[in-house]
Design a protein around this ligand. Structure first.
Ligand code: AR6
Length: 169
């Protein structure tokens, strides 16, 4: 099931929250900073053992002081105008997060709007990629999981809602 919510992702009680990280996986601003702040220094210590992450890929850690059991870290593309495989890389983030969630047999996962903050990805296009890539990979893997698109602004919430209403399946 896919749903949207206006919330601070660090407060969600789900099996895994997704972090929109950078290649170093050593923290940063935005949602990454908020997740590290809420999870505590143990998260950074585990991240150090992962030796970074390529753009479009995903790595899992424990959630430590978060309500979520796990954090799945993924690295979205920086928007450079659309000709540097940004769409494919962003779709890979969603796909690879879901693949890890399936591998760990998770029942619920919450995504932020990856790449649409500091990394500058156009929001409308990013919403479509988020919803369609999650749907496609779940269909391919024939797996049921509760997916929350956790929005951090009214504008994002409206965008996800209207996309899901317009394209319900
Ligand atoms: N809960 C939910 N969503 C949030 C939260 C929160 N607490 N805080 C921010 N957002 P961004 P990016 C939303 O910039 O564009 C970091 O420094 C935010 O409103 O966090 O992928 C990393 O270390 C936006 O919709 O991630 C990287 O260097 C979305 O999360 C870089 O930023 C993503 O915004 C990654 O940039």
């Amino acid at each position: 099931m896919l749903r949207t919510l206006l919330a601070d992702i660090t407060l969600l009680k789900v099996d895994a929250i997704v972090n929109a990280a950078n290649n170093a996986l050593l923290g940063g601003g935005g949602v990454d900073g908020a997740i590290h702040q809420a999870a505590g220094p143990e998260l950074l210590a585990e991240c150090r053992t992962l030796h970074g992450c390529n753009t479009g890929e995903a790595k899992i850690t424990k959630g430590y002081r978060l309500e979520a059991k796990y954090v799945i870290h993924t690295v979205g593309p920086i928007w450079h105008g659309g000709n540097l495989h940004e769409a494919e890389l962003l779709a890979n983030c969603y796909r690879n997060v879901i693949k890890l969630a399936v591998e760990y047999k998770l029942h619920s996962v919450a995504f932020p709007a990856i790449s649409t903050g500091v990394y500058g990805y156009p929001k409308e296009a990013a919403t479509k990629i988020a919803v369609e890539s999650v749907r496609n990979v779940l269909r391919e893997l024939n797996y049921e999981i509760d997916v929350t698109f956790c929005c951090f602004s009214e504008g994002d919430l409206q965008r996800y809602r209207s996309y899901l209403t317009q394209y319900p399946f």
